[in-house]
Ligand binder design. Structure first.
Ligand code: AKG
Ligand code: FE2
Length: 218
């Protein structure tokens, strides 16, 4: 194996924190297994269709609430109609630990109760354009976990999808949290680095990203 070059925890913008190598290899492996299970149903992993008719290049499956551009529902109305699996307790606990790691505020972290997660898989061509995560009714932080191939994560500003932005390399095991003044910052994935993953995660190819959110729906 290549020697690991330490990367530093960094505040990318107010409320936006990158914590490299946050997940252990064993945790990454366990998450890959869980995502593989979710991807097989009851709701299939699919490339969501945008209102204009074109499909996204990433494939997505959700837990807790089903997301389609641009709303949340309990049933996957654009993907077979089944009810999505409940949001698991272990993922709530992981979300709280992530918030503690990012903000060092255990009290706020203990109140964090994500109720949806979007699991995105990027093949070697997949990208995600600059967008805001704004279909949630509340503005609790978004917790993002990356597994598999590295990527460029472009983290911008709350006003426009263009500059100023910061390009951050997200590697397998990295945590990125954005909340507070950065909660509605535009962000996207202009590029992945195919073949950079350690196969020990169990992910055969591509990049997996999990974002936990609080919908504010009931
Ligand atoms: O893949 C990523 O790192 C970001 C995913 C994302 O922004 C989203 O699902 O809304
Ligand atoms: Fe997003």
């Amino acid at each position: 194996m290549e020697p690991l070059i330490p990367r530093d925890r960094a505040q990318i913008a107010p409320g936006a924190v990158h914590v490299p190598d946050w997940l252990s290899p064993a945790e990454q492996h366990a998450i890959v297994i869980a995502c593989r299970d979710w991807a097989t149903g009851p709701v299939p992993m699919r490339a969501a269709r945008l209102p204009g008719g074109q499909r996204m290049s990433v494939r997505t499956v959700c837990v807790g609430w089903h997301w389609q551009p641009y709303r949340y529902t309990r049933t996957a109305d654009d993907a077979g109609g089944a009810r999505v699996v409940p949001f698991p307790d272990w993922l709530v606990r992981l979300g709280r630990r992530a918030l503690t790691a990012a903000y060092d505020d255990p009290v706020a972290a203990s109140r964090y109760t994500p109720d949806t997660a979007l699991i995105n898989h990027y093949d070697d061509q997949a990208r995600m354009g600059m967008h805001q995560d704004k279909d949630e009714k509340v503005r609790e932080p978004v917790v993002s976990l990356s597994i598999g191939d590295a990527c460029v994560f472009r983290f911008g500003n709350t006003e426009t999808r263009t500059k100023p932005y910061t390009d951050v390399e997200l590697h397998s095991g990295d945590l990125f949290v954005f909340g507070g003044p950065s909660r509605l910052a535009y962000h996207g994935v202009p590029k992945t680095f195919p073949g950079t993953a350690d196969p020990a995660t169990g992910l055969k190819s591509g990049r997996l990203n999990i974002t936990m959110r609080v919908t504010g729906l009931d």
